[in-house]
Design a protein around this ligand. Structure first.
Ligand SMILES: Nc1ncnc2c1ncn2[C@@H]1O[C@H](COP(=O)(O)OP(=O)(O)OP(=O)(O)O)[C@@H](O)[C@H]1O
Length: 261
C-alpha cells in the first residue's frame, strides 16, 4: 500500500466523526459537537490545550469507549486489522523479546511467528531495531521502546494509526529522530495517521492537516493545512515555510486557549 498523495481535497474519505459528544459521569462534557472527516492518506495532528478532549477523541475512534451522542462511521465499514494504536507509554510485554512484542498483533489473529517472520523483521528494520530483535524491553532506551511500540502498531499495515502523544516523554533530539522515522515508516506502510500532540513544531513537521481543538467543551475550532511536500527533511525544519506554518499554528493554539465557553 502506498500513501495517498492526492491533493488534500481530492482524497477519498476514510472515516467521519459527526456531532460527537462525550460526557463523563453525567457532568464532565469532554467533547461537544465534534465533527471531523478523515481522508485516506491524511496525517492529521490534533493540537490543543490540556483537557480539550484530544485523547477522548482518539479513544472514541479506537472504539475503546462509545460516544454519548453522535456517530463515527468508516467508509465501507471497519475491517479487522484496520486500526493500530500507539499510546504515550510504549506498553510492551517486559517478559517478551522485541521480535515477540512486534509479533503480538499477528499472534492475536492466530498467526505463528514463522508465518510472519519476514514482516516482523522488515518492520523492525524500518525502525532501526533489527539488531535488537532478541533484546528484552528493559535493555532498551525510552526512544527504542517507543520504536518497538510503533513497529507493533504498524506491522500488520493497518489503514489507520492513532497515536496519543507518543514522543512527549523523549528529549528533543530523540523526538526529532523519531519524527523522521515515523514519516519514513508511514510511507512504507501507506497508512493514514491521527496524532495527538501539544507541540506546534511537531504538528507542523509531521502533518498535512492540523486540527486545533478548544476546551470546555472540547471541539474543533480551526483547521490548518500544511501544504509542504513529503518527504520532509531537516531542510524543511529550518525553512521559512516551516516557521510561517508554526506561527500560524501557534496563533490558532493561543486562540484555542482564549476561547470563552
Ligand atoms: N475517564 C474519565 N472520567 C472522567 N473525566 C474524564 C475521563 N477521561 C477524560 N476526562 C475529562 O475529559 C476532559 C478531556 O480529557 P482528555 O484527556 O481527552 O483531554 P486531552 O486534550 O487529551 O488532555 P491532555 O492534553 O492533558 O492529555 C478533561 O476534562 C478530563 O478531565
Amino acid at each position: 500500500m502506498t500513501v495517498n498523495r492526492a491533493p488534500l481535497r481530492e482524497r477519498p474519505e476514510l472515516l467521519k466523526m459527526s456531532h460527537i459528544e462525550k460526557t463523563f459521569r453525567g457532568d464532565v462534557v469532554a467533547l461537544k459537537d465534534m465533527n471531523l472527516t478523515v481522508n485516506q492518506g491524511d496525517f492529521i495532528s490534533l493540537l490543543g490545550p490540556s483537557g480539550c478532549g484530544k485523547s477522548t477523541a482518539l479513544r472514541l475512534v479506537a472504539g475503546l469507549m462509545r460516544p454519548t451522542n453522535g456517530v463515527i462511521e468508516w467508509s465501507g465499514g471497519q475491517g479487522e486489522g484496520d486500526l493500530g494504536v500507539v499510546f504515550q507509554e510504549p506498553t510492551l510485554m517486559p517478559w517478551a523479546k522485541v521480535k515477540d512484542n512486534v509479533w503480538l498483533p499477528y499472534r492475536l489473529r492466530g498467526k505463528s511467528y514463522f508465518e510472519v517472520k519476514d514482516e516482523v523483521l522488515q518492520t523492525l528494520k524500518l525502525v532501526g531495531l533489527e539488531r535488537f530483535q532478541n533484546a528484552y524491553p528493559r535493555e532498551l532506551s525510552g526512544g527504542m521502546k517507543m520504536r518497538v511500540a510503533i513497529a507493533r502498531a504498524m506491522v500488520t499495515k493497518p489503514r489507520l494509526i492513532l497515536m496519543d502523544e507518543p514522543f512527549a516523554a523523549l528529549d528533543e533530539i530523540s523526538r526529532h529522530k523519531l519524527n523522521n522515522d515515523l514519516l519514513a515508516l508511514r510511507d512504507a506502510v501507506g497508512c493514514t495517521v491521527i496524532f495527538v500532540t501539544h507541540s506546534v513544531f511537531e504538528s507542523v513537521f509531521l502533518s498535512d492537516r492540523i486540527v486545533v481543538m478548544a476546551a470546555r467543551p472540547g471541539r474543533v475550532i480551526r483547521e490548518l493545512n500544511v501544504e509542504a511536500p513529503y518527504p520532509r527533511t531537516e531542510e524543511f525544519r529550518t525553512s521559512a515555510d516551516y516557521a510561517a506554518f508554526a506561527r500560524e499554528a501557534s496563533d490558532a493554539l493561543h486562540q484555542a486557549m482564549e476561547v470563552a465557553v
